[in-house]
Ligand binder design. Structure first.
Ligand code: GDG
Length: 463
């Protein structure tokens, strides 16, 4: 088996993160790396005033880490700029929040070039390179420009937008051409894959074959959906162990027999938090019998706090939570407990297990690992119900959830009520099928299927 080189913007060498700010990519890649071993290359998370030196290289267990620092300017233009103020909002269908400047695009290209030049000397002839996510789309193109001929795969963790949305990106052509320098491109869902094919056929003038092979920009490459999984057995074990934990006891006591609804999301406008709180408002407005009997726990650790839109979403969320609590709270009951901080993965698993409803209502999401973690953490003999947005990639797999339109607050409120009163037999039937799926298609299976596909992809140039 060839050596695996993983490249991602953020690398998290620590054993586990308490902050909750690390996000789904880091959680998944860490689990995949622990299984297979290899080299994990990317940004150290540190920002300095000076230009970065050689990568900081060290081993932890089976993984060799190679970490590069960023200058303040690179961090502003590449990370906060083009990656998180252009690609992230646009790929999540938020044209209203998308900003584009040539300066930020140049910063993005510069950092991709920097990463490629720091990675190239570490590569060996049989290596397989697997690049992750929207921050690093041009990596393969940059590596090929300096002579690298290795097999290279790319996995996009966020949605691939519909054609009409992507056309609003001023440099859409250069982004898609850069992607076509890989040998394999993986997407979260068949919806994303089809949207990519549509661009290739209608805009790039390329060909798409039935097996996902495409010809475009003078290259032949493979495309497929590889829905990302979670470490299902570990989450289930954490949740079972947490039943007797101090936090779970405290939470149970504080609920005083009430039912609990839980939401856990990075504080991001794509997660639909404001509309979700409006749905909670509607639930209590139209179901007075539920007042005093249901508590919503919303955990939202801050993320990307340097980007102005994230400050704004936090203010909007605080306003609506304050409004709902002001409207319905009693001296001994609050409808919403809003926590602007993270918890350990073990604690979260325990909280999921105590919750009767998992509320996952993003407006757009590549996959959404929280939806999968919620299912994995349930008590087999008394499982809770997942309420899931149709716009999360996870909705293609988790068909036992109550699937909702997150823009329709009445629909979400109805689903919450349905979940709260659902009989055990139905809850069990829905949960069982989803849990078995998650055990079969876990994060290790995802890693294996992507790397196996990359290993066998035929490498040839178009005639
Ligand atoms: C991107 C895509 C895709 C959350 N709060 C805490 C905490 N978390 C963990 C969750 C979960 C992860 O962070 C979040 O993953 P998501 O998938 O829900 O969302 P993104 O961060 O947006 O991830 C997404 C994912 O990449 C993987 O491909 O599914 O669509 O946007 O694992 O549990 N972890 C800890 N404390 C917290 O308070 N420790």
């Amino acid at each position: 088996m060839s050596r695996l080189i993983i490249v991602s913007n953020r690398v998290t060498p620590a054993k586990s993160s308490k902050s909750g700010g690390e996000g789904g990519l880091a959680v998944a890649v860490k689990a995949a790396m622990q299984e297979r071993g290899g080299v994990w290359f990317g940004w150290s998370g540190r920002v300095f005033d000076h230009e970065p030196g050689p990568p900081d290289i060290f081993d932890v267990g089976r993984v060799t880490y190679a970490l590069v620092d960023l200058s303040q300017r690179d961090h502003d233009e590449y990370y906060n700029g083009y990656a998180n103020s252009t690609l992230w909002p646009l790929f999540h269908y938020r044209l209203d929040l998308t900003e584009f400047t040539r300066r930020n695009l140049a910063g993005y290209q510069r950092v991709n070039h920097l990463f490629a030049s720091k990675l190239a000397p570490l590569l060996q002839p049989e290596d397989q390179v697997w690049v992750h996510d929207y921050h690093l789309i041009p990596m393969a193109e940059q590596l090929r420009a300096i002579g690298c001929q290795l097999r290279m795969g790319f996995f996009l963790h966020i949605p691939w937008p519909a054609l009409e949305i992507l056309l609003a990106l001023p440099n859409h052509r250069s982004i898609v051409r850069a992607l076509c320098a890989y040998d394999l491109i993986g997407f979260q869902t068949t919806r994303d894959l089809r949207a990519f094919w549509e661009y290739i056929e209608l805009e790039a003038g390329g060909d798409v074959h039935d097996d996902g092979t495409i010809n475009a920009y003078g290259r032949v490459l493979r495309t497929a959906a590889f829905p990302i999984g979670i470490d299902t057995d570990t989450v289930a074990a954490y949740a079972a162990e947490a039943e007797t934990s101090r936090q779970n006891r405290r939470l149970t006591e504080s609920l005083q027999g009430r039912k609990m609804v839980i939401g856990v999301d990075r504080l991001d406008y794509s997660k639909g938090l404001v509309a979700r709180m409006e749905a909670v408002d509607h639930l209590f407005k139209t179901n007075p019998d539920l007042r005093g009997r249901v508590t919503t726990l919303q955990i939202a650790p801050p993320s990307r706090a340097d980007v102005p839109e994230y400050i704004e979403i936090r203010q909007q969320l605080e306003t609506i939570v304050g409004h709902v609590n002001g409207a319905y709270a009693e001296f001994d009951w609050m409808p919403i407990r809003y926590l602007n901080k993270g918890f350990t993965r073990r604690t979260l698993a325990g909280f999921y297990r105590l919750s009767h409803v998992g509320l996952v209502t993003p407006l757009r999401d590549g996959m959404n690992l929280v939806a999968k973690e919620y299912v994995a953490a349930q008590k087999p003999e008394d499982p809770g119900v997942l309420v899931l947005s149709r716009f999360a990639g996870a909705a293609e797999e988790l068909t036992g959830a109550l699937i909702v339109n997150p823009y329709d607050v009445e629909n979400v409120a109805d689903a919450m009520r349905g979940a709260l009163i659902m009989p055990l037999a139905e809850r069990h039937e829905r949960w069982q099928a989803m849990f078995e799926w998650l055990q079969r298609y876990d994060v290790a299976a995802w890693q294996r299927s992507f790397t196996a596909a990359l290993e066998t992809v035929p490498i040839k140039s178009a005639a």
